[in-house]
Design a protein around this ligand. Sequence first.
Ligand SMILES: [Zn+2]
Length: 106
Amino acid sequence: MSSETAGMKQVLEQRLSELESRLEKLKRDAAKEHSSDSSEQAQERENDEVVDAIGIETRDALAAVKAALLRIDQGRYGLCAQCGGDIAVNRLKAMPEATHCMDCAA
Ligand SMILES: [Zn+2]
């Protein structure tokens, strides 16, 4: 494993634990009992919808980070899924979970 890949692995593992704790918090918030007051209920329903959107986004991000870590384990990290070429290091630094090189992503 190159030192660059090792560095990206650290970044990805950090991101993985952040996303997992965010998802846990969302689940806890969603499980909270709802108030019986009707105006508060309406407000809570709105909040629930926001939580749902963030939850989906978080789960998607989590899946992408896990897939990137798997590619590192398999020695395929940093290779474009479409053309098999190297993904630029600067691109990986900006987006560690990138699966495509700049050309193929465009
Ligand atoms: Zn490509």
